[in-house]
Design a protein around this ligand. Structure first.
Ligand SMILES: Cc1cc2nc3c(=O)[nH]c(=O)nc-3n(C[C@H](O)[C@H](O)[C@H](O)COP(=O)(O)OP(=O)(O)OC[C@H]3O[C@@H](n4cnc5c(N)ncnc54)[C@H](O)[C@@H]3O)c2cc1C
Length: 429
């Protein structure tokens, strides 16, 4: 069987990796000049020319010993480091409140009232609900963990992952929640997956797709697929950038809106369903400052969305990945906008600095600032997402499949696990 994969983000690369290891002939086309999609590390030297970098997308990936990510990184001989479980805060009531790293320690946190903590501890005794019909994310968390968690903790966490309001999303936005509930309770499910830690490959997240592409044959960059059609034999013809291929199978490892364009002429039902999946854009502001304790030794903070007015939070990349900045500097990465209405003051860098100072009054002026726009970067699984995915997959002709974080879940870990499960399903077909 010959397979052409369109899209060289982690979805496409990890799929190519599994298929090639299974002995298949695989080619991959990536539209950009380098592989990785959102997983891309960009150099950012400091003002004296000392090396450092920023991430276009993920700052790290969650991995537990023996998990799909852990096994893949080992197979790739990828050297990774973990910053450990650092301090983190939620900005609420005008102040930064520490978030305990272990769920049990939430019992002593100021983030929840006594009755909310008590209700949260009842979670293992809440009966499992059938995953059908699709449930709203906030409603799911309120049902399992209580309204206190759903209203005071969830919104900031979800804004930090999906840059969207939790109440607008389907529980399918975080598919891990459903798989944990299926194990009896969220606490039980979390425990069964082992303890996950954030890890970063040496050299930044971009080292991961780079290593994958080095280990693969048939990866072509700078080659955008422009169209495909089925031949009488049932095989597929794909063209783009002056190239043409005839293959048995085409895998669209693309965002839903890109896959929709290619599918329009051959699978209109799938194209329509994929076009209905919204994506969120987010502004990222990177800055470097003189180190400031305790922020410099932490993961950073997320802001309770009703108080953030579009300021979603600030991570500390220099703690997560010490190579991102010279050792005497602290690097911050602020997330702005997303699906939230943004205060007009945040459109100026000075306005962002002012908001940062309102949460961290001792923070010094930035020594360097760099802004990036992550345009249509994050799938937004609103209510009805499950129907869109099911309709998209049901309408695909034989020999075509769609592989994406909009199908498997928002993070790199979801994609790696989703592709592995997809491979196992192929084997049993
Ligand atoms: C700002 C931001 C922060 C994030 N933070 C985290 C995090 O901390 N942890 C985490 O786990 N995840 C995080 N993520 C999510 C993670 O980056 C994604 O889940 C993952 O990168 C999605 O990979 P993908 O291959 O599905 O899609 P993409 O990365 O979008 O890859 C799709 C690829 O297809 C290519 N393409 C498009 N059209 C064509 C065409 N016609 N022909 C050929 N190629 C084409 C594109 O150029 C692109 O390279 C973050 C994402 C963003 C944007």
């Amino acid at each position: 069987m010959t397979t052409l994969i369109l899209g060289g983000g982690v979805s496409g690369l990890v799929t190519a990796w599994h298929l090639q290891r299974g002995g298949e002939t695989v080619e991959l086309w990536e539209a950009q000049d380098s592989v990785g999609g959102w997983v891309h590390t960009l150099p950012w030297p400091d003002v004296e020319g000392r090396s450092g970098h920023i991430e276009r997308g993920p700052q790290g990936v969650l991995s537990a010993p023996g998990s799909a990510v852990d096994r893949l990184f080992k197979e790739l001989d990828l050297e990774v480091r973990s910053p450990g479980h650092g301090a983190r805060w939620v900005g609420m009531g005008g102040t930064l409140i520490p978030v305990p790293t272990a769920p049990a320690a939430l019992l002593f946190s100021r983030l929840l009232t006594f009755s909310a903590k008590f209700r949260m501890m009842m979670e293992p005794f809440i009966p499992i609900r059938s995953p059908e019909p699709e449930e709203n994310l906030s409603a799911f968390v309120a049902r399992r963990l209580g309204r206190g968690v759903a209203e005071n903790l969830l919104p900031a966490m979800v804004a930090g992952i999906l840059a969207a309001p939790a109440e607008s999303l389907s529980v399918d936005a975080l598919p891990k929640l459903l798989s944990w509930e299926a194990k009896g309770s969220l606490f039980q499910g979390m425990r069964s997956g082992g303890s996950s830690a954030l890890v970063v490959p040496k050299g930044g997240m971009g080292a991961f797709p780079k290593r994958l592409s080095e280990r693969l044959s048939g990866v072509q960059t700078g080659l955008r697929a422009e169209g495909l059609e089925q031949l009488e034999s049932g095989r597929w013809r794909v063209w783009g950038g002056g190239e043409l291929r005839e293959v048995d199978r085409v895998l669209l490892a693309l965002p839903a809106y890109e896959a929709s364009v290619l599918l329009g002429p051959i699978a209109p039902q799938s194209a329509e369903a994929l076009a209905a999946i919204p994506y969120t854009s987010v502004r990222l502001r990177h800055s470097r400052h003189t180190r400031l304790a305790p922020l410099d030794d932490s993961f950073g903070f997320l802001v309770h969305p009703p108080e953030g007015h579009g300021f979603l939070g600030a991570l500390v990349p220099s703690w997560i990945d010490p190579d991102s900045a010279p050792a005497d500097l602290m690097q911050l990465r602020v997330f702005l906008g997303g699906a939230f209405e943004m205060d007009s003051s945040l459109s100026e860098s000075a306005g962002v600095q002012q908001v940062l100072r309102s949460w961290v009054p001792a923070l010094g002026e930035p020594l360097q600032v760099r802004e990036e726009l992550a345009d249509r970067a994050i799938p937004r699984p609103e209510m009805g997402h499950r129907g869109h995915v099911q309709a998209a997959l049901a309408g695909l002709p034989k020999g075509i499949d769609w592989i994406s974080n909009a199908r498997f879940g928002p993070g790199v870990r979801d994609v790696v696990e989703g592709v592995e499960a997809w491979m196992n399903h192929q084997d049993t077909k």
